[in-house]
Design a protein around this ligand. Structure first.
Ligand code: BGC
Length: 725
């Protein structure tokens, strides 16, 4: 991200007029989500808000007490996992566009999104806020998302930089990660965010990398972000992620934010002023931060400068708006494309609407909303359509829809107090505590199971809707395993026994173990936290009004024990974490080591089938730059219109360097009417064949033969051909 000369000159004019006190006021929180204005000169405060799924509710400036008004209900957007599962760059742009316009409409300058950390383990409590285990998919989906946000004179704040892959001990966990894994897995999406989409701000993470806290890290902020990537945007700390004055002053961080209201005591507040006055920190270090903030404000049209008179001028800034019908339509279109049909034996789905007279819905997630939970991603949704409401409103009065809970959600209810106030205690995060199931709870569970089985026998069609919720997909807490909570496995098994055609729907932000019942189920549908229209989208898919087209943006292992973060590297508990698996994260590990998974990366079925044919590779060299165009023909060979995502993987055929079996390097989603064909093409450059050579300290391509694989998922390879690079 580069700043124009004009903006830089204007910023210098203002900087020269600021006192040390005024400068200090601009570089730390003077409220939970804002800085201090300089009224004397007309420099406004910078207003920030979470988060990825919509603009968060208003809090009091100095306490985590919601303002309680009616003005902060907003559009609830699909989570980043859902956006990634669409494999649709345009929808990512549209969602960013909604978020940016609503943030501006709510008077915000910076929206603390998107979260783009790599999903190293399925147990990370914040996975629902992140996109994928794959850096390419994350980069491709976050770049348009950020562009959409920033169209509205609002800054994206891409987070959490970097290598922030667990919640347990999140303030103190120190990651030992190889240079190669850093460059190939953990950094590419951030690099794309700042260089391809010009993210105006970046949030430094809570954790440490190689012994330095991310917000004070000379390695991450000064060397990589500022020097190597030439980043001229603003770096904002995560809330409470700064721990020392001098280190933060010397580093690439610009703005310290935190969760407590002792604003003057923040490290970059009075302690920094004193350090400057005592000659321990150069005032120029403060100037550099203020400069970045002024650049940001000028870029966002928060103000302008009369260069003659050297005074602040009002700028013409976009106004934004929120809760408009167009925004809700975007959430619906995105939710539709995010739903992943995992299994559909014997065309169990879609349900035949005309024949449906009595439908039984079992499971708490059928009748639940999720927008108000999860941590800082929580929002006050204008509304949220539950699956039950989506189904009932579609089926109308002629179909009798009965709902039973099926299982009892007994565990870990919060105490009603805002968690964020205490969020930095005890290392800032923990593993979920295991719950003892009392006799009373066991009894309630039994009763609900028996009720579900009784009705499942009576009803012709049954849908089980379970999974997780934000007691499990939650900031500040990791899961201890992938097991379904609340005894759902028993319920699903019993219900499938009673009614073998039962459709299983999982609503969750991260994978769950399905081993006990997966083989017995004929149809399984995956539904992420998919925004305010989620229930409508799900109903449309179940009833065949929409043909599912989502694909998994992450592998679904049988158990977390199969995942490399757990069986090779460290996860949770330890303060010093070794990412011993290196680059073998997600499918890179499973495929290389022949570890079978429940559902592979990129998997997702349709009610239609797609035939791949006629692959071609055209290799060109233009001005010394290699450009390879790969194309193939896709035909909708099924009986209904649908969308298919063609995935392109690169495989090194006989290289000497240790590499994953193959890696995602391209994808295209196409919409085809029944019987229609289309030619799909994707472009590759030299970098798509590169690996990071630690000895050279650079990306390098081994010359030789590479196989290009086109497929419907990682393991569903359809076409392949070889190219020499
Ligand atoms: C989270 C950030 C969030 C911030 C402000 C922190 O707890 O890690 O993602 O933006 O709070 O709410």
């Amino acid at each position: 991200m580069k700043i124009s000369q004009g903006i830089k000159e204007k910023a210098e004019i203002l900087l020269a007029q600021l006192t040390l006190d005024e400068k200090i006021g601009m570089i730390h929180g003077d409220g939970l989500f804002r800085t201090k204005p300089v009224e004397r000169l007309g420099i406004p405060a910078l207003h920030m808000s979470d988060g990825p799924m919509g603009v968060r509710a208003e809090f009091r400036n100095d306490a985590w007490i919601p303002s309680g008004g009616t003005e902060d209900y907003v559009t609830y957007l699909p989570s980043n996992s859902a956006i990634a599962a669409t494999w649709n760059r345009e929808l990512a742009y549209e969602c960013g566009n909604v978020l940016g316009e609503e943030a501006r409409g709510r008077g915000k300058d910076v929206i603390l999104a998107p979260g783009i950390n790599i999903k190293r383990s399925p147990l990370n409590g914040r996975n629902f806020e992140y996109m994928s285990e794959d850096p390419y998919l994350t980069a491709e989906q976050c770049v348009p998302f950020i562009r959409g946000i920033q169209k509205h004179d609002v800054a994206a704040c891409v987070k959490h930089f970097a290598v922030n892959s667990q919640e347990t001990q999140r303030l103190w966990v120190d990651t030992e990660v190889s240079e190669r894994a850093l460059r190939e897995i953990y950094l590419p999406a951030f690099e794309a965010a700042v260089n391809r989409s010009d993210s105006y701000s970046v949030m430094g993470a809570y954790n440490l990398v190689r012994g330095e806290h991310c917000c004070e890290s000379r390695f991450l902020l000064n060397e990589i972000l500022r020097k190597e990537w030439g980043y001229e945007g603003t770096v904002i700390s995560d809330w409470g992620a700064v721990h020392q004055t001098k280190e933060a002053a010397a580093g690439g961080l610009d703005l310290e934010m935190s969760v407590t209201n002792n604003f003057d005591e923040y490290y970059l507040a009075q302690p920094l002023k004193k350090a400057v006055e005592d000659g321990e920190v150069e005032e120029e270090a403060v100037n550099e931060k203020v400069r970045h903030l002024l650049w940001l404000m000028l870029t966002l049209n928060m103000l302008d400068v009369d260069t003659e008179k050297k005074t602040v001028l009002p700028a013409k800034r976009k106004t934004g708006c929120y809760n408009i019908p167009e925004h809700r339509k975007v959430t619906l279109r995105t939710a539709r494309e995010s739903i992943v049909l995992l299994k559909n034996q014997g065309q169990c789905l879609p349900l035949k609407q005309e024949k449906l007279k009595r439908l039984l819905v079992i499971g708490q997630n059928g009748n639940r909303i999720h927008s108000d939970g999860g941590g800082s991603a929580e929002i006050k949704a204008l509304y949220e359509i539950s699956p039950l409401m989506g189904l009932m409103s579609r089926l109308g009065g002629n179909c009798q829809v009965k709902f039973v809970k099926g299982y009892y959600e007994d565990e870990g209810k919060g105490n009603g107090k805002n968690w964020q106030e205490d969020s930095l205690k005890d290392g800032g995060g923990k593993e979920r505590e295991s719950i003892r199931i009392s006799e009373e709870i066991a009894g309630r569970r039994r009763a609900l199971l028996e009720e579900a089985v009784k009705y499942a026998k009576e009803y012709d069609r049954v849908i089980f809707i379970g999974g997780l919720n934000h007691e499990y997909d939650l900031e500040g807490q990791d899961r201890t395993d992938m097991k379904l909570p609340y005894g759902q496995d028993e319920v699903i098994e019993a219900v499938l026994e009673a009614n073998p055609d039962t459709v299983i729907v999982m609503v969750a932000g991260s994978p769950v173990e399905m081993g006990r019942w997966e083989k017995k189920a004929k149809a399984i549908v995956w539904n992420w936290y998919a925004g305010m229209e989620s229930g409508n989208a799900l109903a449309e898919v179940l009833l065949g009004e929409v043909n599912p087209s989502g694909k998994l943006p992450e592998s679904f292992p049988y158990s977390h024990k199969d995942c490399s973060a757990h069986c090779v590297g460290d996860f949770a508990e330890e303060r010093l974490l070794h990412y011993r698996e290196g680059i073998y994260v997600g499918y890179r590990y499973y495929e290389k080591n022949n570890v079978p998974v429940q559902y592979c990366f990129g998997h997702g079925l349709s009610y239609s089938t797609f035939a791949y044919s006629d692959m071609s590779i055209v290799r060109q060299e233009m001005a010394g730059e290699l450009e390879i165009t790969v194309s193939c023909c896709i035909r909708n060979a099924g009986g209904c219109a649908g969308k298919e995502t063609v995935q392109l993987y690169v495989k090194d055929k006989n290289g000497t360097v240790d590499k994953p079996v193959k890696e995602l390097r391209g994808y295209r989603k196409v919409e085809l009417a029944a019987g229609e064909s289309q030619r799909v093409s994707m472009r590759l450059s030299k970098r798509d064949f590169a690996y990071y050579d630690e000895g050279m300290g650079a990306f390098r391509v081994e010359s030789g033969e590479y196989e290009i694989v086109l497929g419907a998922s990682l393991l569903d390879e359809r076409l392949r051909d070889t190219v020499r690079v």
